[in-house]
Write a protein that binds this ligand. Structure first.
Ligand code: HAS
Ligand code: CU
Length: 581
């Protein structure tokens, strides 16, 4: 075995490394399929290449959204949080069989969900789930879809329990020590995940699943929507927190320095625990049936929630600057040149951070109640989340994988050049695609439609044309797909690589200001959880009560929307005439 200094994660924790590797590969498989479907949609929508039936568009869109936003992200998360907890506590999980159990549960859930969606295009499979990744009523899926989601989420709950158990075991042996930062990050994230998934669990188990099984006749659509968004905003930070963790504990080291402030990082994660959930109504500014006052409260909370990200921008960039100056960088901005731009792990994460700065601005615009009316349900929103989850998160994960896969397999990365080209190409592709999507939203191009043709209208964007927007989106999508293929190729070839000479050691960044500089109360997880619960009660009790009061717990008698979409114009016209004679 190699010396302590150059030990990889595989050397230290061979059993855990196997589970983490499995989680990463599950994540990559979702990325491969989900990503390819993204290309299919983009080319269809922009009218560049059409081979799917427009009626199947929503099956493809659902698979794209679920596989990327839920499967790819969360499998990667459980992998790196398991790494973070075991590495920073320097001890293995309590019982590796338990670890495999939750992983397998998540896999079974994913397969059920995937097959349910596939039923939408394969006649031999009797399921359907064209409900998009936001799966609220009145769209209805086959029961198998909801059961799969439940298994997946319960699997993630058990993963969280696994991290807590490991920490409790460590605490017994180290009663007086501060929680190491990576573990602190994993635990606070897990706590808000428990809190927010209660909403989606309630929505599925009490309403959507019984409704799809025919046990109840109807549901209150606004109630299931509100419960979804109670979860649906916090889930975006569930995706983001592992990326933030990488920016805090890897980027400073890769830059050649140390994390500027451990206490500030703790404050940030505490703020996410407190504020991630009571803001979900900012996705419902246009929903009738929720009073403006509650929307205003959600907006105010959202604006407070910008703070932890702004603090992150400060701390992470300050750490990078510190690193660059250690490497001989000088000047106000000249230090940027001293950063290790040839390292794909660094460059991928730095570019992801840079794009997140832009994503933050579009998020602030979304969050403004009045300006949201302009962009809601337009392609702008799709541009926003391709910068956030599609780049800040996805690009960070891919860059991190260039470091992690060698750690958990003991094999050297196959090609650093290919990796560097890959992260750059992702950045360029996303610049084209997301910028065009944002702009198109400003002149009203809708999201979630296969047929956004404008021949019948006199359409006048302030800058450019519909054709130019479409061309940029299609070009961006093609570049992203090439980047995705480059990533997967590198991962596969790394797995078959026989070289293991220069593997990086399993470490993370030290700190300039450590936990001893922060008050011990920051580590009081019970206190922060209690406050988070109170904030949720304050933010949600009244809106939920009034939704139930006016729409009923199981709603007025509303049946699910038809899942087959009519594409024959004559029949569409006829059905419109029925409603509006
Ligand atoms: Fe969002 C819609 C508001 C962040 C994801 N968002 C969405 C949807 C998704 C999503 C998926 O208020 C669509 C859902 C659907 O299908 O309908 N979002 C926000 C706000 C933030 C925000 C205020 N969103 C995210 C993140 C996501 C995500 C993170 C995924 C991971 N979003 C909204 C709203 C809507 C919405 C409304 C509803 C819109 C509608 O009408 O439907 C904030 O958290 C953003 C804060 C970020 C910042 C940026 C800080 C900058 C940093 C960069 C540092 C730089 C570095 C690199 C490290 C303030 C941290 C330096 C490099 C060098 C070289 C020096
Ligand atoms: Cu949100």
């Amino acid at each position: 075995m190699s010396s302590t200094a150059s030990r990889t994660y595989l050397d230290q924790f061979p059993a855990e490394a196997k589970v983490i590797k499995a989680a990463f590969w599950s994540s990559f498989m979702a990325l491969a399929i989900g990503g390819l479907l993204g290309l299919v949609q983009a080319l269809h929508r922009t009218d560049v290449l059409r081979f799917i039936d427009p009626a199947d568009y929503y099956t493809v869109l659902t698979a794209h959204g679920v596989l990327l936003a839920i499967t790819f992200t969360i499998f990667f998360l459980v992998g790196i949080f398991t790494w973070a907890v075991t590495t920073s506590l320097d001890r293995g999980v309590v019982d590796i069989r338990f670890t495999w159990a939750w992983y397998i549960m998540m896999v079974v859930g994913t397969i059920l969900v995937g097959v349910s969606i596939l039923g939408g295009v394969v006649d031999a499979i009797p399921t359907y789930a064209d409900v998009l990744f936001t799966f609220y009523a009145p769209l209805q899926a086959h029961p198998a879809f909801y059961v799969g989601l439940v298994l997946f989420v319960v699997g993630s709950w058990l993963a969280g329990a696994d991290w807590f158990r490991t920490w409790w075991a460590w605490r017994k042996e180290n009663p007086d020590e501060r929680i190491p930062l990576p573990t602190f990050m994993a635990l606070t994230t897990t706590l808000f995940w428990y809190l927010c998934t209660l909403g989606v669990a309630l929505s599925i188990l009490v309403f959507l699943l019984p409704w799809s099984l025919g046990i109840v006749d109807s549901v209150n659509p606004l109630l299931t929507r509100t419960l979804f968004w109670y979860f649906g905003h916090a889930v975006v930070y569930f995706w983001l927190m592992p990326a933030y963790m990488m920016w805090y504990i890897m980027l400073p080291k890769l830059s050649g320095g140390k994390l500027f402030s451990d206490p500030l990082a703790r404050v940030v994660f505490v703020l996410f625990l407190l504020l991630s959930t009571p803001v979900g109504i900012h996705h419902q500014y246009l929903d009738p049936g929720i009073a403006e006052g509650y929307k205003f409260i959600a907006m105010t909370n959202t604006m407070f929630l910008l703070l932890p990200s702004l603090l992150t921008a400060f701390t992470v960039v300050a750490s990078m600057e510190h690193g660059a100056r250690q490497r001989g960088g000088t000047g106000y901005l000249g230090w940027l040149k001293a950063l290790p731009w040839r390292d794909p792990v660094f460059t991928g994460m730095a570019l992801a951070g840079l794009m997140f700065a832009a994503a933050g601005f579009s998020g602030m615009i979304n969050a403004g109640m009045n300006i949201n009316y302009l962009v809601h349900n337009s392609w702008w929103v799709v541009g926003h989340f391709h910068l956030t989850v599609g780049t800040a998160v996805a690009l960070t994960f891919m860059a991190a994988a260039y470091w992690f896969i060698p750690q958990v397999t003991g094999k050297e990365l196959w090609s650093r050049q290919l990796a560097l080209g890959q992260v750059l190409l992702w950045f360029v592709g996303m610049t084209f695609m997301s910028n065009a999507m944002h702009r198109s939203g400003l002149f009203g191009m809708p999201r979630r439609t296969a047929e956004p043709q404008y021949q019948g209208f006199n359409f006048e964007p302030a800058v450019g044309t519909v054709g130019e927007i479409n061309a940029q989106v299609a070009l961006g999508a093609v570049l992203l797909t090439v980047a995705l293929a480059m990533f997967l190729l590198n991962m596969v070839l790394t797995s078959f690589n026989d070289d293991s000479d220069s593997l990086p050691a399993n470490t993370y960044a030290g700190t300039l200001s450590g936990p001893e500089d922060s008050p011990a109360v920051l580590d009081n997880l019970k206190l922060w959880t209690a406050i988070a619960v109170v904030l949720v009660i304050v933010g949600y009790t009244l809106p939920l009560a009034s939704i139930v009061d006016s729409g009923g717990l199981f709603g007025p008698d509303i049946s699910g929307f038809q899942l087959a979409i009519e594409t024959d114009p004559a029949l569409v016209l006829e059905s419109v005439r029925e409603v509006m004679p």
